[in-house]
Each structure stands twice: as C-alpha cells, then as structure tokens.
Design a protein around this ligand. Structure first.
Ligand code: 1HE
Length: 301
C-alpha cells in the first residue's frame, strides 16, 4: 500500500504529494517489543524508554502507554541518558511514542505538593534531557500521533524534524492546570510558531489539529494513520547518509547563527562552511558529483 506525505509547509512542493513506502504502525511495533519480523530486537534503556538500531538509525520509543506516555521524572531522565549515550553507529534517530498518543505531557502526579525549589530543579532536569535531543550527536525525527500536549509538545519541539499522523492534535493546557511550561517550550516554541500562537494556545486551551500544525510549522510532514514511523524512518535513513559534519552544522550551528546579528551570523557561517567542506568525505562527495558518480537533485513529482 503506497501512501502520501505532505511537503514541508511553505516549501515549493507544498500541496504536491510524495509517495512513500508501505506503512508500519507505531503501536504494533512497540507492542511487539520493538520487534522486526516477530523477533524481539529491542534494547530496554529503562522501563519506559526503549532503544533499538535499524541500520544507522536509532529508534527510541517512550512506552508508558497506560499513562498516555505522560513524562514522569524517571522517563525524562532516561530520555536524556539514551540520547547522551547513543550507540556510536547511530547517525540519525527516530523518536516515537507507543500506544495511541505521542505524549500527554508532564505526569501531573509528579507535581504533587512540590515546592518552588523542587519544581525549579524538576524543570532543569527536563532542560538537560531535552538538550541531549536538540544538541546531541545526531539529527532526530519525531513521529507524532494523537496527543502532543504540554510537555509532549515541548519534547517534540526539541527534535529536528516532525512527522505528524492525521490523528495528531496539539495543545498547551497549562492555563487550565494552573502551571506553566517548564520543559524548554517557552524558549523553543516561539522560534517555531511565534509568541502570539503560543499565547493563544496557553490562554485559551485551544487545540490545533494535524493540518493546522502542518500549516504553522509544528510538523514538516503530514501522513495518514499508521504511516508516520515508516516516513520518519525513511527521512532518518536519508539523513544518516549525509556527511556527519554537515548534519552537525545543520543541527548545532544553524540554530545558533539564527540567534546572532546578521554580521556575526555571516562570520560564523563562513567559518562553519570552511570547516565542513574541508572534511575528506566532503571532498570525495564533490568529486563523485563532478565525475558523474553521484545522484542529481530531482525535481519534485
Ligand atoms: C495522565 C496524564 C498526565 C493521562 N499526567 N496522568 N497534560 C495534560 O493536561 C493532558 C492530560 N491528559 C489528557 O487530556 C488525556 O489523558 C489525553 C487527551 C492525553 C488522552 O485521553 P485518553 O482518553 O486517551 O486517556 P485517559 O483515559 O484520559 O488517560 C489514561 C490514563 O492516563 C488515566 O489514568 P487512569 O489511572 O485513570 O487510567 C489518566 O489520568 C492518565 N494520564 N495524561 C498524569 N499528563 C515540564 S512542564 C509541562 C507542563 C505540561 O505538560 S501541562 C500538560 C499536562
């Protein structure tokens, strides 16, 4: 069964359709213990976070499905550990949630009677863990489905590319819960969707559907039910074939340049491009193109 993805919002191919390979369902993969061909191959990093390798792609799955993957402290810690210690062979990663939802946000049972000081350290734990995702060793593609809510949206915002299935819905119910974002969302989300939209979502509790999320850049791809994992895996495999120095510059240098003045940004860009192109692998890739051995850029279908 061939399925369709939407092109990146605002891209020249937006509205056109790209065919992708047969789909695999996240819930069925996770419920099979991260298995392929019925044989368990998964490695459990913690009771609620699993990692397995598929070629050069690390597949990381949050599995607290009974709690809709709500993030307790142990799960947030485990996520940080997994991304800080990815296998050396990993060149890209896919992050998904088991069951019917990507992530229901902060485990509200974790807050309890927390003091201000405890809550602050709790928030800093989330910051540390999510930093390992955003500024870790490899680009991370998230598969979104069902609820991407509160801290779940903060987690998604720490990844580099987001693939949303049609069931995805986004919300920031902090206003209703009497709390505030604490997982890096106030820093990351304005850079993705802007302060006015976050303000609206937090003040009104408004829920955005998958199509609205695509339109404003919360996801870069929108696919049908059960197709997210395969799409994300294909993207991650493509990314894994890039020169590692280019991937590093895209994930670590580009967002930093965006924070600089134009003049400083141009200087850093010049230095980064000089270093990246100097790698022997880059030289070989350029020679391959000039010798007619590398693929050409394809026009969108
Ligand atoms: C939870 C949580 C949670 C579910 N903390 N236990 N996040 C929220 O405010 C979202 C709250 N959750 C929901 O609105 C819904 O659960 C969902 C829309 C995500 C899913 O609905 P549904 O019908 O599929 O599941 P459910 O029956 O509501 O939930 C199943 C169980 O998970 C149930 O527990 P049970 O013991 O009755 O089976 C729920 O209580 C539990 N559960 N979500 C704790 N979040 C760093 S700061 C970040 C700030 C935030 O993230 S605020 C947003 C918090």
């Amino acid at each position: 069964m061939s399925k369709k993805t939407s092109a990146p919002a605002g891209s020249p191919t937006e509205g056109k359709r790209t065919r992708i390979a047969p789909s695999r369902n996240i819930s069925s993969i996770a419920s099979a213990g991260q298995s392929t061909g019925g044989k368990p191959t998964g490695t459990t990093a913690s009771p609620t976070v699993q990692i397995r390798m598929e070629g050069a792609v690390a597949i990381v799955t949050i599995d607290r499905r009974a709690k809709r993957n709500a993030l307790d402290g142990a799960t947030v810690s485990a996520l940080g550990d997994v991304f800080a210690n990815l296998p050396k062979t990993a060149r890209a990663a896919v992050l998904c949630g088991a069951g019917e939802h990507f992530c229901a946000g902060l485990d509200l049972a974790d807050l309890g009677e927390t003091s201000a000081a405890e809550a602050m350290f709790h928030s800093r734990l989330w910051h540390r863990s999510f930093e390992y995702i955003q500024f870790g060793r490899v680009p991370v593609v998230a598969v979104l489905h069902g609820a991407v809510v509160g801290g779940g949206l903060e987690l998604a915002a720490a990844t580099h590319i987001r693939v949303a299935e049609a069931s995805t819905f986004y919300a920031l119910p902090e206003g209703q819960r009497g709390i505030f974002l604490g997982g890096g969302g106030t820093a990351r989300l304005p850079r993705i969707i802007g302060v006015p939209t976050i303000t609206d979502m937090m003040l009104t509790g408004r829920t955005l559907d998958a199509g609205e999320g695509l339109a404003i850049g919360l996801s870069q791809y929108l696919v049908g039910a059960g197709e997210g994992f395969e799409c994300a895996l294909q993207l991650a495999q493509t990314i894994a074939r890039n020169a590692p120095m280019t991937n590093f510059a895209v994930t670590h240098v580009l967002p930093r340049i965006a924070e600089l003045s134009n003049e400083q940004g141009l200087l850093v860009e010049a230095m980064a491009s000089a270093i990246v192109q100097d790698a022997p692998e880059a030289k070989e890739r350029m020679r391959a193109f000039l010798d007619g051995r590398a693929s050409k850029v394809k026009a969108p279908r």
